[in-house]
Design a protein around this ligand. Structure first.
Ligand code: SAH
Length: 400
């Protein structure tokens, strides 16, 4: 098992076959240097780049873990897919995965063997158990288990789930997802809740978040809190500000901002309908929790979340002559669109806080923002994914 030390080299017995970690064997301090340099190379011609924010604990950070199931001869095996392939790498002690999640997954594999549950074969499209997805609320300790099957009937289901729950009381919900797809999507369209409420709770910066199986949620809890704190600080919000959280997922950035500056008027926009439902529930639940604090309560209760394409929403709002004081945007790796940026100019926020998981598309979009009257002030890389070459970045833009 990997040592919890940052200055030393950390090795993994399967790293050569797995390919999931780019920086295994490289001391964490050196990983940070390399990542910071890469961001500097891409962004320093556009704005100052502040020192990278590293993790206190670089191992075992993934709170979302999934294993694929397959077979070697007649023997059932489970693990991560090797990078860029569907070859299963068995490793019960991955240095990225939350250790409790790894333990639960290896117990599920052993139970599947005991219950003689056949794994799914992608070539013949026969068999049953495809994958198991786990999510854990790092602050609450709540765990969600999603068994991904090729068809709905799991032999011995009641006994299987009962044993699992007895062994791991932190499991608060168990779901079965039916995936008959032939692509590499983890989840299919149909999910049935077999135990619990169908979601788990977590907490970020004192705000509670409901997480459904399909919703996006950042995978490194502690680094997410640092990233969001930086984003909220950059926004310099004031009560009364009209704030947009674009690509908002389950509303995390906006609702954390609402908690830190009561009185803001928050709108979130997000494409995934399940995430939007979660965002609305999160606003309501956090409002309810703050019965005593009327300012905070009404800030949460006034928050609105819309299911829409972010660009389409921006273009429509610009056509209506709407306005925002501050815009947060946190798009997927592909970045945002030129139309989003053009519409931003019309909506005329004083500040834009761009949270990006890809510095290459961030650099491209910053150049476009510059053409539309927004000057990048600074960027801060945050190491959300130690041992991989990905970096999150928080960049402040101001209207010139
Ligand atoms: N800010 C959130 C989510 C960031 S991930 C957080 O920190 O957790 C990016 C989000 O953008 C995902 O939830 C994804 O579903 C959403 N998304 C992807 N394309 C989109 C689009 N065209 N319009 C709006 N949201 C989109």
């Amino acid at each position: 098992m990997a040592e919890k030390k940052t200055g030393k080299e950390i090795h993994c017995p399967v790293s050569k076959n797995c390919g999931g970690c780019d920086y295994v064997g490289i001391p964490y301090t050196e990983q940070l240097k390399r990542k910071e340099q890469r961001v500097r190379d891409l962004l320093s011609s556009l704005c100052p780049v502040r020192p990278i924010v590293g993790a206190k604990e670089p191992c075992f950070y993934r709170n979302k873990v999934h294993w694929a199931f397959g077979h070697m001869g007649t023997h059932l095996i489970a693990g991560r897919y090797a990078e860029g392939s569907h070859r299963i790498i068995e490793n019960d002690h991955c240095l990225l995965e939350d250790e409790e999640c790894s333990k639960i997954l290896s117990d599920i594999r052993d139970l599947a063997i005991r219950f003689k549950i056949p794994s799914y074969d992608e070539k013949t499209r026969r068999g049953l158990l495809r994958r198991v997805l786990l999510r854990k609320g790092s602050a609450t300790g709540e765990v969600m288990v999603v068994l991904v099957l090729a068809s709905p009937v799991l032999p011995g289901k009641k006994g299987f789930i009962k044993i699992l729950l007895e062994k791991h009381p932190s499991i608060k919900t168990v779901l079965i997802n039916i995936n008959t797809r032939s692509d590499s999507m983890i989840l299919g369209d149909k999910t049935i809740c077999e135990f619990g409420r169908g979601f788990i709770w977590d907490e970020l910066l004192g705000v509670r978040f409901k997480i459904s199986p399909e919703s996006f949620y950042q995978i490194n809890h502690d680094q997410t809190e640092k990233l969001y704190s930086l984003a909220i600080e950059a926004a310099s919000l004031r009560p009364g500000d009209r704030v947009l959280d674009a690509y908002c997922g389950i509303g995390t950035i906006g609702l954390c901002a609402a908690s830190s500056v009561p009185g803001i008027r928050l709108t979130g926009v997000e494409l995934n309908r399940a995430a939007v439902r979660d965002a609305r529930d999160n606003a309501a639940a956090n409002g309810k929790q703050r019965e005593q604090d009327t300012d905070k309560k009404s800030t949460f209760e006034r928050a609105r979340f819309l299911a829409a394409d972010a660009t389409k929403y921006m273009v429509e709002e610009a056509a209506k002559n709407s306005a925002f004081d501050v815009v947060f945007l946190d798009p997927p790796r592909a970045g945002t669109t030129p139309e989003f940026i053009t519409a931003c100019e019309k909506l005329a926020p004083k500040r834009i806080v761009y949270v990006s998981c890809d510095p290459t598309t961030l650099a491209r979009d910053l150049k476009e923002f510059k053409k539309h009257g927004y000057a990048p002030q600074y960027a801060v890389p945050v190491d959300m994914f130690p041992f991989t070459d990905h970096t999150e970045n928080c960049c402040l833009l101001e209207r010139v």
